[in-house]
Every structure is written in C-alpha cells, then in structure tokens.
Design a protein around this ligand. Structure first.
Ligand code: PLP
Length: 504
C-alpha cells in the first residue's frame, strides 16, 4: 500500500472543497454558528472538517470507504492484521479488549499496576482478575514490569485462565520480555492482550523496544496521542492472528464507540500513521539522540539521577524506552511533586508526571533542543547549593518519611469480591481513616500515573490507609473517589459484604 496517502483526511478535504450546503450535525455547521472568539482562536479549517459520518465521509462504526483504507494502511504500518481507530483513548481500548476477550466469571491474569481503565474493563466484562505482582524498585519508588517467570507461574497455577493481559511499557518506559511472554501464553493456548498505550512509536525505530504487534500479541492498544502526533484521545487497537473472535471485537467496538466521532481527531490518526510510516525512523532518531544527550547532562548534575541502560537486566527491566526521562530528585530533598511545582512556577516547565521521588519528562518528535536546554538549566539551578532563596524550600516531608522508612509501596490488598460485584453492590460512606477492613467500592488512583492503590472489591488495609495519607500530604492528585479529599470513602455495605465470596 502507498503509505504516503492519507485517504481519510483527503475525504474530508474533498467535502470542504465541494462547498456542500450543510443541514447536518455538528450544530456549528462548519463554524458558522460557533462562538466567534473561540472560532477565531481555533481557526476556520478545523471547523470546516468537523463533520459527521455521511456518504463520501465514511463511518467509524461501519467503515467501507476511505476510513477502511486508512485503517488498513495503519494495520500494514504496524504489522497488524486489523487496526481500529479509537476516539476515547486507550481507556476505551482497554474496555474493548476486555469485553472482546473474556466473559463474566472467566479468569484473566492482570498486573496489579495496570491503569484504572483496565479495571473499567473488568467491571464491564465481569471477568475474574488474577492479579500478578510486578517487580518493584524500592530505591526509585517505582513499579517495574511483570516478568515471564511470573506469567509462567500464573499460567501453571490457573490452567483455566482465558487470557493474560500485560502493560508494556510502564508509564516510566520500562518493558518486559514480551517475546518470551507471547511464546508462553500461546503455548498454553491463551490470548495475550497488551496495553501498549505508551509505546505507539516502538514499531518505527530499531533502537526502541520491540512492539507488541511485532512480538505477536493477539490484541494491543496504542495511545497515538501520547507519544505521536495525533490529537488527544486518539488511539489505535491492533489485532493479529486468528485467536481473537473478530466478530465479537467488532460488535464491542460498535457498542462502545460514539456514533458521532470527532472527525478532525479521526483524520489526525490517519496523518500520524503516514508521518510514522514515511518519516518515523528519521524523526525518532533525532528524538532519541536528544533524550540520550539530555539524560547524560542531567546525570552530571550532583544530586540528580536519571536511570538508563545500567538498570537493564535487573529483574523486571528487560528493555527501556529512552524517550522518557525519569529524574529522581530525592537526593535534593524535594519530593517529585515539589520539584514539579517548582519547575512550573519558577521555570515555566510542565512535566508529564510527578511521584514521591521522581518527575518524568516525555521527549517526543515535538521536543525542541531549546526546550531540552531549558529543562537542564532549570535543574542546574535547582541543584545549586546557593540556589535563589525565593524558590520554595523542600518541605522536609520526604526526609522525615525516609528516616521513618514509611515510604514503601503498599502490598496488593486482598481481593474479597469481584470488581464488578463490588462496583454494583449497595454501598455506604465511611470515614477513610476508619475504613480498615472494609471492602472498597471505588477506584483510588494517584493521577498521573492512574494506577489504583485500591480498587473495587479489595479490602482496605492499614498499610494502604497510611500510604494514601502520605501521598495526599505530599500533594498528589487523587482520581476516582467520590470525595475529592478522601475524607470519606465508598465501601460495600456490611450486609452485602458479609456474604462476599469469590468462589473457587
Ligand atoms: C498504561 C495506560 N493505559 C491506558 C491509559 C489510558 O489512556 P488514554 O488516556 O489514551 O485513554 C493510560 C493513561 O495514562 C495509561 O497510562
């Protein structure tokens, strides 16, 4: 196929060129009815191609023309058998994968450090999760990946598993040995589903970890908007081989995707694929080089550490995505949250993620050398002994906690009910501080990275209460609970929880 073509984008341009008189949605009718200030800012062109599925424009839910060709081009570019465009991010991708692959009550092995959208998939599908513990790096305060050994043990202990689901890479850019995992899972006759939200670029450069499609996963999702150039919310779901029921997958997509997709977003997927297929290796070479050079410069600053190839080979670290730079700031006395706030307030720099010990910066094909220089210069100043006095000082919270040794990631809480059953059960609110022993009915995730510390169906342990209190004190944003400040938590009513049983 001709990868320089963008058939879907082209179809939208042809509609605009034809000067059709619109009596259809969206109501702003190519910008004419739109608030003027907004339209002037976003521009006429984006309004002109914000159309609706109709003859000549094709339909995301039933593609037969230009969109079918655009998805076929994407499948070829990614080495998949089929590719589906998604307009509600990898969040909808996770939900679709789960709904397509597992039935209520069927077992699926999942890492406990999955994104919260995987839990949404579990609630929707009614599947029974078998949680796998990823390796953990206590020094860096970071979850790593699930190893092939853990997968092999899980397959042995649960021969009735239907599928295995992994997150590869992690939010921090660490990958597992996915080829070994594909082999194990397929040898056992199970499906492998991969959340590759953070690796849409892997397929286009030999210096990056192997992609899920190249490794032979049955289903995988990419957040094209995260590391490539599509608009926010744009993602792709790739399918390969003959293990997945494609009719079921298509039915699920038709159920979960909007009937009114935003067409500039859909077109941006078509264009992002062309960009990678035609210029990806060259663009990514520059990005990788800039990221590696920046990592070297940051590592020369006393008090900072950015992990790199030297950790490869540790348990849970098979390969690394060099375009993500995690700067460990704990030796400066700052929490990652404090460093992130300082970067923003004083240096006008916004990072992707902060946690207790680290800030994470994404280097993408849009990162300029000037931006990288300013990032390094900011850290040079933050690390100086005689740093300006007006910058806020470390709160000391990290130091105190490190002394007390109470910074450990909490152990996985025992699962007392299926996520779906707990989510749908009768619930009540109790004080978070007094919730020990109760069954949680909501998902509580520091965001980013959006990995639940506790999720529906799990018992709230004392360790989890202490950990979340520490994260809240350190300034983390929490997503998921009904009560934003987590003074109260939604738990399963005692009467409903009393009979809770996970069965065999
Ligand atoms: C591992 C992982 N999977 C899925 C998602 C959801 O992706 P999206 O924001 O594209 O819906 C995220 C978001 O951060 C993520 O980190």
């Amino acid at each position: 196929m001709d990868q320089s073509k963008t058939p879907y984008f082209q179809a939208l341009l042809e509609y605009v060129d034809a000067g059709v008189i619109p009596f259809h949605t969206p109501g702003h009718q190519q910008g004419l009815g739109m608030d003027r200030a907004f339209r002037e800012f976003v521009g006429d062109n984006i309004c002109a191609i914000d159309l609706t599925p109709m003859p000549g424009i094709d339909d995301l839910l039933q593609p037969t023309e230009s969109l079918k060709e655009a998805q076929e081009l994407a499948a070829e570019a990614y080495g998949a058998d089929r590719t589906f465009f998604l307009i509600n991010g990898s969040t909808s991708g996770n939900q679709c994968m789960m709904m397509a692959a597992v039935n209520p009550g069927e077992k699926i092995a999942v890492p406990r450090n999955s994104h919260k959208s995987m839990l949404g998939g579990l609630v929707m599908s009614g599947a029974r999760p078998i949680y796998m513990q990823p390796e953990v790096d206590e020094e860096l305060h970071m979850d790593l990946t699930v190893t092939p050994q853990t997968i092999a043990r899980t397959l042995e202990e649960h021969p009735d598993l239907v599928a295995v689901y992994i997150v590869n890479p992690t939010y921090y850019g660490i990958t597992t040995d996915i080829e070994a995992i594909v082999e194990l899972v397929h040898a056992a006759g199970k499906l492998l589903l991969v959340d590759e939200a953070w690796g849409p670029h892997f397929h286009f450069h030999p210096a990056l970890p192997i992609s899920a499609t190249a490794a032979g996963a049955d289903l995988c999702i990419n957040s094209t908007h995260k590391m490539l150039s599509a608009f926010s919310q744009c993602a792709m779901l790739h399918q390969k081989g003959d293990r997945v029921r494609v009719d079921r997958l298509k039915a699920v997509l038709k159920m979960l995707l909007s009937t009114s997709p935003n067409l500039p977003m859909v077109a941006s997927l078509d264009v992002a694929r062309k960009q990678m297929a035609t210029e990806g290796p060259a663009l990514l070479s520059q990005t990788i080089e800039l990221a590696q050079e920046t990592r070297r410069r940051l590592n020369q600053i006393e008090g900072l550490y950015c992990f790199g190839k030297e950790i490869q080979g540790r348990k849970g670290v098979f390969d690394l995505d060099p375009t993500k730079i995690a700067v460990t700031v704990k030796a400066l006395g700052y929490t990652g949250y404090e460093a992130s706030e300082l970067l923003r307030r004083r240096y006008n720099i916004q990072v992707e993620l902060a946690d207790l010990f680290n800030v994470v910066a994404l280097f993408t094909i849009g990162t300029s050398r000037d931006a990288a220089d300013r990032f390094v210069a900011a850290f040079e100043e933050m690390a100086r002994d005689d740093r300006p006095v007006d910058i806020f000082a470390p709160s000391g919270i990290l130091e105190r906690r490190l002394k007390k040794g109470s910074y450990r990631l909490p152990k996985i809480a025992p699962m007392r009910m299926l996520p779906r059953d707990a989510f749908l059960a009768d619930t009540e609110f109790v004080s978070f501080a007094d919730s020990r022993g109760r069954i949680c009915a909501e998902t509580i995730s520091p965001y980013p990275p959006g990995i639940p510390v506790i999720s529906p169906g799990e018992e709230i342990t004392g360790e989890i209460i202490e950990y979340l209190k520490l994260e809240l004190k350190a300034g983390v944003r929490i997503q998921g609970p009904y009560d934003d400040e987590l003074r109260k938590i939604r738990v399963v009513q005692a009467s409903a929880a009393g009979g809770a049983s996970l069965g065999a």
